[in-house]
Design a protein. Structure first.
Length: 135
C-alpha cells in the first residue's frame, strides 16, 4: 500500500512539475509565433529548450527525490538525450500534423504533449533512480 501511495505521489509531482515546463513551452510557442512572427517550428524548439531546463531540475530533485549530486552529469546527459529525442520526434510530428493533416498547431501539440509526457515519466524514473535505494 505504501508503495502505491508513494508512486501516486510521484505521479502527481511529475504532473505538477511537468505542468510548469508545459506552461513555459506553450508560452514560448504561442508568444513567439503570434506576437513575434516566428515560424511555429522554431518557436517549438525554443519552448522545448526552456521546458528541458526547468523539468530536469524539478524532476530530479522534487519528483524523484534524488538529491545526490555525484551522478548529476550523467543524469543530465541522459535527460538531455531523452529530450533531444523527444524534440526531434515532436518537431517532425508537429510539422507533419500541421502541414499534411491540416491541424491547428496548438491542437497538434496538445496531442504530442500527452504522448511525450507518458514516455518521459517512464524514462525519467529510470534516469533519476536513487542509487541509495538500490543498495
Amino acid at each position: 500500500m505504501r508503495t502505491e501511495t508513494s508512486r501516486l505521489r510521484q505521479v502527481v509531482r511529475f504532473c505538477v512539475a511537468g505542468a510548469a515546463g508545459v506552461i513555459a513551452y506553450y508560452a514560448a510557442l504561442y508568444g513567439l509565433t503570434e506576437y513575434f512572427g516566428v515560424w511555429y517550428v522554431i518557436s517549438a524548439v525554443v519552448g522545448f529548450i526552456l521546458n528541458t531546463g526547468l523539468n530536469f531540475t524539478l524532476q530530479k530533485f522534487w519528483t524523484f527525490q534524488n538529491k545526490e549530486t555525484h551522478m548529476v552529469r550523467r543524469q543530465l546527459v541522459l535527460y538531455v538525450a531523452m529530450t533531444v529525442s523527444f524534440l526531434v520526434g515532436n518537431t517532425v510530428f508537429l510539422y507533419l500534423m500541421v502541414e499534411y493533416l491540416h491541424m491547428w498547431y496548438i491542437g497538434a501539440q496538445v496531442i504530442l504533449t500527452a504522448v511525450i509526457s507518458v514516455l518521459s515519466f517512464i524514462i525519467s524514473g529510470k534516469i533519476f533512480k536513487n542509487e541509495r535505494r538500490l543498495a
